[in-house]
Design a binder for this molecule. Structure first.
Ligand SMILES: Nc1ncnc2c1ncn2[C@@H]1O[C@H](COP(=O)(O)OP(=O)(O)OP(=O)(O)O)[C@@H](O)[C@H]1O
Length: 706
């Protein structure tokens, strides 16, 4: 029985009801399933078992996994086993090994999923329903953008044969499009684990109550008044879904990953990850997901898309101490590079082409056995690295079958290392504490990326950590993310739990996109680099500050007369600089053009001399504007960094004892701050320089009589 019931009469001093803006109704399950075309699964009376419960039959229809075959749609191609029923009858107490039969022994250690979707691509393509019958799926296959035209043509033909009018096909196509575009960019799900033996032995209370099948969750925090009497503070939260300790891993999969599996065939990158305190159940939650997803992917590949030539590749690596190691290749050290298109490549990473679930299972187990683990105060077998398992769908272009296949979509599962506060690490050794600091840093960076992603910001701060750098291509475009926040129910974890829930809530509540426009320019000008479109490919490069620092201004063409005034074309110079600068200047170039179109910079200067002089002036104005933008961008960076540092400091402050090994880390953060501050001073000096020059030019222009 939940604590809420027991304490309903207690004074609720503080209410913290936090609503996720994506909440549409009391049952987010329905919404998500609906958005993925799986709404029929939401009903408890559904006649179809969940997808992951089908034994997968290989491409030839010859493979059967597990016993208890179940015939689907009258066909022999699908066989399944009975589903794991939701364990709703059990009391809310610790039940070791009560979970679905695959875990923990049947699957390798857990993985956190970060799934992202590309709605642009989705909107162009049909998203098949996982439960479509094979014949239906074949008749209406989803296709990637490349195949869009033939896809429609093929389906028209098929539907004619089946006697379905063409407009029905189109209608369902449009419906699928709508569903796909309705998928939220970020889905935040909370999972509560049961009390464990240790907690029960200590008579710890379960302080989390969850309304059955709802998205509401309450944390009952015990607090002390000044007179030392206890009182309860209630913190209420609402998320896209809240999963109680009764919920099985099968249900977690259905709620989180299953709806997004079909979309990765539509050139979508999806990422799913679990976040939470050490020992809160991240690994337990993530463990079965990749295998279940692989099962579904293979089913789609071998049935729905069997003629499409899709291939599935698996890779598995970890990030430990800021370095990458291949978990499927004896922990070989890997390095990460960016190619010309700013795509992150992990050089040397082994990718395995797979076509059956057993092979994937073996690979996952192998990788997990190789993973770095350690012991923390809260978890004896704590994940000390971020493990990233990627399922990539690839395909060779038509006519280029001999060439390596190209990635169509990707599903990344990330089993994050446990987040912990400094206080948890006091009984740990130096190594563990340094690991903890590194882990916290990457988790903060991850949060920043998710926020930027959901706000449609032009700049995603993926360089904040190795983790986010590696995930860069999952953050760009209209990607989608599923975050599973894992929480421990015991009173001793209350503060952690509240932190986790606030983190989750922040990720969700910042999804308003209010500041996207405002942020885009500043972000694009970010000196650290950004994921913005390569504007240099669209616009001619402009001279950089360094190139223009001399007094000789390049010759420019005469302006074109419009409405009696002279409108000058932007000079097209070919001085190229580093990406950041070129992008910055190009942005200004765009802005200048926009201003000119609005007539704001039209100057009535009839003579050649005046024209040139004014043009110089105009350039100077443009440069000045650029410098201002740079300073603003830089200032923004510093503010962001300060936010991160402040949060980090808060995390570390409790561990701040004499000789603390984390002191180094704090100094490093301070050094970053000073560096940023120095950068601002430098830019301000440059700005002042330009302002002086502008003034001189103004004097020159006015003294010439105009
Ligand atoms: N929902 C659950 N039902 C039953 N047991 C669970 C559940 N969640 C977690 N556990 C158990 O709790 C223990 C800790 O879980 P787990 O290792 O998944 O935590 P974690 O968050 O991954 O920790 P770390 O971050 O330190 O790696 C494990 O023994 C696991 O089996």
């Amino acid at each position: 029985m939940g604590r809420q019931g027991q304490r309903s009469g207690a004074s609720a001093v503080h209410h913290q009801r936090q609503y996720s803006e994506n909440l549409l109704d009391a049952s987010s399950n329905g919404r998500w399933l609906q958005s993925a075309g799986l709404q029929h699964l939401h009903s408890s009376n559904t006649s179809l078992p969940p997808l992951q419960e089908y034994g997968y039959c290989g491409g030839q229809g010859s493979r059967v996994h597990r016993n208890a075959p179940w015939s689907f749609n009258g066909g022999s191609e699908f066989l399944t086993e009975p589903s794991t029923p939701p364990d709703t009858s059990q009391p809310s107490s610790w039940r070791k090994n009560r979970e679905d039969p695959e875990s923990p022994s049947g699957f390798s250690p857990g993985l956190l999923d970060l799934h992202s979707f590309d709605t642009e691509l989705l909107s162009e393509t049909s998203v098949p329903r996982l439960y479509d019958s094979p014949s239906l799926c074949q008749a209406v296959p989803g296709k990637s953008t490349d195949d869009f035209e033939p896809f429609l043509a093929n389906n028209k033909q098929t539907d004619r044969i089946r006697g379905v009018p063409d407009n029905n096909l189109l209608r369902s196509f449009v419906a699928d499009k709508e569903k796909a575009s309705n998928v939220a960019k970020i889905k935040v799900v909370v999972r509560k684990r049961p009390l464990n033996k240790k907690e029960l032995a200590k008579n710890e209370e379960d302080i989390i109550t969850i309304e059955p099948r709802s998205s509401f969750l309450t944390v009952h925090e015990t607090k002390l008044k000044v007179d030392l009497t206890e009182y309860l503070e209630k913190h209420e939260f609402v998320f896209d879904a809240v999963l109680s300790e009764e919920v099985s891993n099968d249900e977690v999969y259905r709620e989180t990953v299953e709806p997004i599996v079909p979309i990765i065939f539509q050139r979508t990158k999806a990422t799913c990850f679990a976040y939470g305190q050490t020992g809160s159940g991240k690994t337990y939650t993530m463990k079965p997901l990749p295998l279940k997803a692989s099962q579904d992917i293979l089913r789609l590949m071998h049935h729905t898309y069997r003629t499409q030539g899709f291939q599935l590749f698996v890779s598995f690596f970890e990030i430990y101490g800021g370095k990458l190691f291949d978990l499927l290749n004896d922990r070989k050290k890997l390095c990460m590079r960016e190619d010309g298109k700013q795509q992150v490549c992990i050089v040397g990473l082994q990718e395995y082409k797979v076509s059956d679930v057993e092979t994937i299972k073996d690979l996952i187990e192998k990788g997990n056995a190789t993973r770095s683990t350690g012991t923390t105060g809260a978890n004896e077998e704590s994940s000390r690295s971020h493990a990233i398992l990627q399922l990539a769908i690839k395909r060779s272009a038509v006519g280029s079958e001999s060439k390596p296949p190209r990635v169509v979509g990707k599903l990344s599962f990330i089993d994050l290392a446990g987040s912990e506060r400094g206080a948890d690490t006091t009984d740990n050794d130096k190594q563990t504490r340094i690991e903890g600091a590194e882990i916290n840093k990457s988790l903060l960076a991850l949060k920043e990326c998710i926020r930027a992603l959901d706000n449609d910001q032009g700049h995603i701060p993926f360089r904040g950590s190795k983790l986010t750098e590696v995930l860069r291509d999952s953050f760009v475009g209209n990607s989608r993310t599923v975050m599973i926040s894992c929480i421990s129910p015991n009173s001793g974890s209350c503060e952690h739990t509240l932190n986790t829930l606030r983190y989750a809530d922040r990720v969700k509540s910042l999804s308003k996109g209010n500041n996207s426009k405002k942020d885009t320019l500043a972000s694009t000008l970010n000196l650290r680099g950004s994921t913005t479109l390569p504007l240099s490919s669209v616009l001619p490069p402009r001279p950089t500050y360094e190139d223009d620092i001399g007094d000789s201004w390049p010759e420019q063409s005469d302006g074109e007369e419009i409405d009696g005034s002279i409108e000058f074309e932007e000079p097209e110079k070919s001085l190229s600089k580093k990406n950041g600068r070129i992008e910055a200047y190009n942005i200004s170039n765009l802005e200048d053009k926009a201003r000119k179109v609005n007539g704001q910079t039209k100057l009535k200067v009839p003579t050649k001399f005046d024209s040139k002089s004014t043009h110089s002036d105009d350039d100077l104005n443009a440069l000045l504007k650029e410098e201002e933008d740079l300073v603003n961008a830089h200032r923004r960076q510093v503010e962001e960094t300060m936010d991160i540092v402040k949060e980090e400091m808060n995390l570390l402050v409790e561990a701040d004892q004499p000789g603390n090994p984390l002191d180094d880390y704090i100094s490093r953060l301070n050094a970053i701050l000073s560096q940023k501050a120095a950068g601002i001073v430098q830019l301000q000096t440059r700005l002042a320089h330009f302002q002086r020059r502008l003034k001189e030019h103004n004097v020159l222009v006015s003294s010439s009589g105009y």
